[in-house]
Design a protein around this ligand. Structure first.
Ligand SMILES: NC(=O)c1ccc[n+]([C@@H]2O[C@H](COP(=O)([O-])OP(=O)(O)OC[C@H]3O[C@@H](n4cnc5c(N)ncnc54)[C@H](O)[C@@H]3O)[C@@H](O)[C@H]2O)c1
Length: 553
């Protein structure tokens, strides 16, 4: 991707959306009007009134050319009338992606009035667009839209910004760029070959845009049964469906409502119905596009429909990329407990595209870091130190480091895969992956699913597990502090201030799936990068848990 040119009427959101895109894509943001004002040392309205529109348009063409020549490309908000000149349109077509932000004139005018009011409130003189200075700006905006509409629509992508926050509009644009393969390449494409089953896990920045090529390597029949959730469908489905069709596939799409509640027998049956009605065959693949909920649900459908059809995992959340999509655990929830029904079923391919994290809401992104810290604590002191060194950058995400993200995700996948190879069905060593999950699951369960996101609960669970280990003399205080500080630096919870009682958490830990022979098997840290699985004295566990949660009333 070279440049992104944002076009559209004044008030369509080009500057605000452009700034968000620039942050996420790590590129400079430029505004042709600001460039003209800087070059001429005068405001747009005075250039217009002193020199006329033609002179202004000459300045604008020069500003556009200068902006487009930015090394590495830029996000460029253009003036509403930039499309009027043929040479401007040709330059934008040749040197980047043209994105038209659509808005109706009444909404645009409302926004312009709000901007003017905000400028006045700041004690600044509001800028009045020269072409809107007539007696009825709405009539002027309507006339401008009619005159320019056909040129705006030449854009590579069009998005309505009406009734949407700038953040939402920016996410839609990012998803379309990712899904259609328009992102700058990042060299670090990492592959992990799972020796047992012979499948690839690939970490590829912008890889979703190359999905057709990846699927072609699997020699699948043309029909692709794509399962996703309502959030991902809105963002990614159009570009992905188009890309697959272009690659010769016949994609069919099934959407479930986003959220943990969809990991249910009801939704599973609905997917079976969909497959049966379309006579899905044994060689045809189910492709799971989404977070851990989709991976688990569609994965279980693939494991069980016709006793197993090919499965491809396209994890889009951090948690799913580093954890849920790897290792072959699939399943649904039972009304009495999470993940109680399921199967071990390995996918033919896992394609993790870290660029999808650019559209993941901040809270869901943050929770994913808990699982990454977990890998550091249980297996990899170097990874832990790398997270410590970059915690600010990873939390903040205003300049997402593509290389580092690819590297971290690939490392987590390799770590999990190494455990799975040894113990696919959790007969022994795989249990260490449950570090922080004993209390984490209990908290998720007692607080009510959705109150605490999985990763948030695991974060607190790791803090509590480390406190138990410290009390038992198994780990040095310095390591307990390092873990707490890293979790906090990544924006994860390290304490609890709600109403859940210690007794409820203790009771919930007893029904955790990891209880063996009536005794909870705790994953206990011994140092950063090293854990053991052990039973712990009940009184010690009770004492520590009561310091974190409310006492019984
Ligand atoms: N199978 C396993 O080994 C395993 C391991 C850990 C967790 N899990 C399961 O994973 C689930 C949690 O996973 P999750 O946190 O990904 O939940 P999720 O699938 O509900 O995704 C979280 C939210 O983020 C949205 N989302 C996902 N990717 C997005 C993107 N790129 N852009 C915008 N929005 C996006 C989703 O629509 C959803 O609203 C739980 O059900 C948990 O039990 C499974």
């Amino acid at each position: 991707m070279r440049n992104i040119f944002l076009t559209g009427l004044s008030g369509s959101g080009k500057s605000t959306v452009g700034c968000i895109l620039a942050q996420r894509l790590n590129k400079p943001f430029l505004d042709t009007d600001a460039l003209i004002e800087a070059a001429c040392g005068a405001s747009i309205s005075s250039i217009f009134s002193q020199h006329g529109e033609n002179y202004f348009r000459d300045c604008e063409t020069r500003a556009l050319a200068r902006a487009a020549a930015t090394e590495g490309g830029a996000i460029i908000a253009t003036g509403g009338g930039i499309v009027v000149r043929e040479e401007n349109r040709a330059l934008m077509k040749a040197q980047g992606e043209r994105i038209y932000l659509q808005v109706d004139p009444a909404t645009a005018l409302e926004r312009l009035h709000a901007q003017q009011a905000a400028a006045l409130a700041r004690g600044e003189k509001p800028e009045i667009r020269p072409l809107l200075s007539g007696p009825d700006p709405l009539v002027s905006l309507n006339a401008l839209l009619t005159a320019r509409s056909a040129w705006y629509k030449e854009a590579d992508f069009s998005f309505s910004t009406r009734d949407k926050s700038s953040e939402h509009a920016a996410r839609e644009i990012l998803a379309a760029l990712i899904g259609s393969g328009k992102l700058d390449a990042v060299p670090s494409v990492t592959r992990y070959i799972h020796a047992g089953e012979g499948y690839n896990a690939v970490v590829d920045w912008g890889g979703l845009g190359r999905l057709g090529q990846y699927l072609a390597q699997l020699r699948l029949p043309p029909r692709i049964f794509l399962v996703t959730d309502s959030n991902i469908r809105d963002l990614y489905a159009p570009a992905i469906l188009q890309g697959l069709s272009r690659s010769g596939f016949e994609p069919l799409l099934y959407t479930i409502p986003a959220g943990e509640a969809s990991k249910s027998q009801h939704q599973l049956n609905a997917i079976y119905d969909w497959l049966v009605e379309r006579h899905a065959e044994r060689r045809e693949a189910i492709v799971a596009l989404g977070g851990g909920v989709i991976g688990d649900l569609a994965g279980y459908a693939a494991a069980t429909y016709l006793r197993g059809v090919p499965l491809v995992q396209l994890p889009t959340s951090l948690l799913a990329q580093v954890d849920a999509a790897i290792g072959g655990k699939t399943g649904i929830n039972h009304p009495r407990g999470k993940n109680l029904i399921g199967a071990f079923y390995q996918p033919r391919l896992v394609l993790a595209d870290p660029a999808t994290l650019l559209t993941l809401p901040a809270r869901e992104r943050t929770e994913g870091w808990a699982e990454v810290v977990k890998y550091g604590m249980i297996l990899d002191a170097e990874l832990f130190a790398q997270l410590e060194a970059n915690a600010g950058l990873l939390r903040d995400f205003t300049r997402p480091p593509a290389d580092l993200l690819c590297q971290l995700i690939a490392r987590c996948i390799a770590l999990k895969a190494s455990i799975i190879e040894e113990d696919e069905r959790e007969q022994g060593r795989r249990a260490i992956l449950n570090y922080g999950h004993t209390v984490g699951h209990a908290l998720e369960n007692v607080a009510g699913y959705g109150q605490w996101l999985h990763g948030e609960a695991v974060s607190l669970g790791m803090v509590i597990a480390a406190a138990i280990a410290q009390q038992a003399g198994m780990i040095a205080e310095v390591d307990v502090i390092r873990q707490r500080q890293l979790l906090a630096a990544l924006g994860l919870p390290v304490s609890y201030d709600g109403t859940v009682q210690a007794s409820a958490i203790l009771a919930a830990t007893q029904v955790d799936k990891k209880v063996a022979g009536k005794q909870v098997r705790w994953v206990m840290p011994q140092s950063i990068g090293k854990v053991i699985v052990s039973t712990m004295p009940d009184d010690l566990v009770e004492r520590v848990i009561s310091t974190f949660f409310s006492p019984a009333s």
